[in-house]
Write a protein that binds this ligand. Structure first.
Ligand SMILES: [Ca+2]
Length: 496
């Protein structure tokens, strides 16, 4: 097909593409521009031009701890996005650890016992030959760009990006001198704790921090690629609120420590098996965190405070990017999909970090803004593996046969409709399924023998504090879910 150059007309900073037949394709058009249009000869490349741009926003380790999800967190920018989007109240990752979750998202495949297992998973190693989300969009005429933490390993599926994936280099982990020194010293010793503190509130400008650099680069790239002759797929991965909880002081000051509550559901659930509880080794890497036993009550509240401060900080960076989208006039022809890669325990069940099969480890924020879709919210069970087919569907490009998720477009159009009956996930020896009323988890040994089960009734016990699988009266519910789990494992390409 002959590709003709597309005229990108700048007017008051906007980035609006026109063709003779289609005229104004995006918002922020002005009558004066339509006059200009009439006198400039243009060829039409309607199919590609009419395809929406995609802004794919990943926020590392973000659980639905946001104002728009009803939580006491200051997140005005994501809330503003949610107000014009569909908010998914029951969206789940497929595996609660960074690399594995992202590999699942980008391949559109669910995890198995041997695929997408660890935090440092490489999608191209675990699923060789699979056409990933970025590659698929590149193959269908999109200009694809990766900034920040998108795949866990920046070079993973790099051929699927139109430009070399970019991550900031040389940004310090800490800014307070004593923390920088401690971090270096502990790293040299190489014994846990081998990192600096789990939190820091330094009086530094935003621009010193990695996520600010990612936002700045994203804004500059947006200004550039919106004038490309192709629609763009811009993936931007922010690093906070991943540990350590390092954010400028002003974001900590948004919260009164005295008002920060101690962890919710701060106990091992009644009847929970040993397999369900881990030692949150990720947090124990940080100086000041005990190597055994619980953190102090003061430290628990500092961790919660720090998590919220990092969310407010990253929200501010995201806000700047969303503002630029407005300035460039791209809102009406850009899909925005914001997601967290897995949940996070803030003390629930005595756990910190991710890496469990509890609801709080599996549940993620998912917000989708798409042209022509009315704002709203849905209780439909959704999985992050659904994002790949959804984006294809919204963009009008074919869905690859290998995808294991479902397009959410019918749910976007009718958020109250009946939807899928189960969301599947796993972590190491745990396989878990969320249904309308229950979360059921099964732990097995290496030969598939069932070691233990958990069943939580989310109507009676949304905090998952009582494992009712130990009650024989619930055996039939557990059995039904066990069969469902086997079916889902088979569908995922795993042994039942
Ligand atoms: Ca993560």
């Amino acid at each position: 097909m002959q590709i003709d150059p597309i005229l990108a007309i700048r007017d008051l900073g906007s980035c609006v593409k026109f063709t003779r037949k289609q005229g104004l394709l995006n918002s922020a058009g002005h009558l004066v521009l339509l006059t200009v249009l009439a006198v400039i000869p243009l060829q039409v490349r309607a199919a590609e031009l009419s395809r929406p741009n995609i802004l794919f926003l990943a926020v590392d380790d973000l659980r639905p701890e946001l104002g728009c999800f009803g939580e006491p967190v200051i997140s005005p920018n994501i809330d503003r996005l949610a107000a014009k989007s569909v908010r998914f109240d029951r969206a789940y990752c497929t595996v609660p650890t960074c690399g594995a979750s992202r590999a699942s998202i980008f391949t559109g495949l669910r995890p198995t016992a041997t695929r997408f297992v660890t935090a440092s998973t490489s999608a191209q190693k675990d699923a060789p030959g699979t056409v990933t989300l970025n590659t698929h969009f590149r193959n269908h005429g999109y200009h694809t760009v990766s900034l920040g933490k998108v795949f866990h390993i920046p070079g993973d599926n790099a051929h699927g990006w139109s430009e070399t994936p970019w991550v900031p280099a040389g940004v310090p982990e800490y800014f307070a001198a004593e923390n920088m020194t401690l971090h270096e010293q502990r790293a040299k010793i190489g014994e846990k704790p081998d990192r600096g503190p789990a939190w820091e509130s330094a009086d530094q400008p935003d621009t010193d921090y990695e996520d600010s650099m990612i936002a700045t680069r994203a804004i500059a790239d947006l200004q550039r690629i919106c004038r490309s002759d192709k629609p763009f797929f811009l993936a931007v991965g922010f690093k906070k609120p991943h540990l350590p909880f390092v954010a400028p002081q002003k974001y900590w000051d948004l919260y009164d420590r005295d008002q920060i509550e101690s962890p919710k559901d701060y106990l091992v659930p009644q009847g929970a098996p040993a397999e369900a509880i881990h030692d949150w080794g990720e947090l124990r890497h940080y100086s000041g965190i005990p190597q055994t036993g619980p953190v102090s009550d003061d430290a628990a509240r500092k961790l919660i405070h720090g998590y919220k401060a990092c969310i407010s900080f990253v929200d501010s960076q995201i806000g700047q990017l969303l503002n630029e989208l407005d300035v460039l006039g791209l809102n009406d022809n850009t899909i925005i999909m914001l997601w967290g890669d897995h949940g996070w325990n803030l003390g629930e069940h005595t756990l910190w970090c991710k890496h469990s099969c509890f609801e709080v480890s599996m549940r993620v924020p998912l917000i989708v803004h798409a042209p022509g879709i009315s704002p709203g919210s849905t209780q439909g069970l959704t999985e992050l593996v659904d994002m790949y087919p959804t984006l294809c569907d919204l963009a009008g490009i074919p869905l690859p046969d290998h995808l294991q998720g479902d397009s959410l477009v019918p749910l976007l159009r009718d958020p109250k409709r009946q939807w899928k009956s189960a969301a599947y996930g796993r972590f190491r020896q745990g396989n878990t399924v969320r249904t309308e009323q229950f979360r059921y988890t099964q732990y097995t040994n290496n030969t598939g023998h069932i070691l233990s089960q958990m069943l939580y009734n989310h109507v009676a016990d949304p905090g998952e504090n009582t494992n009712i699988a130990v009650d024989k009266d619930n055996a039939s519910i557990s059995e039904t879910h066990s069969v469902l789990l086997s079916d889902l494992k088979l569908q995922s390409g795993d042994a039942p």
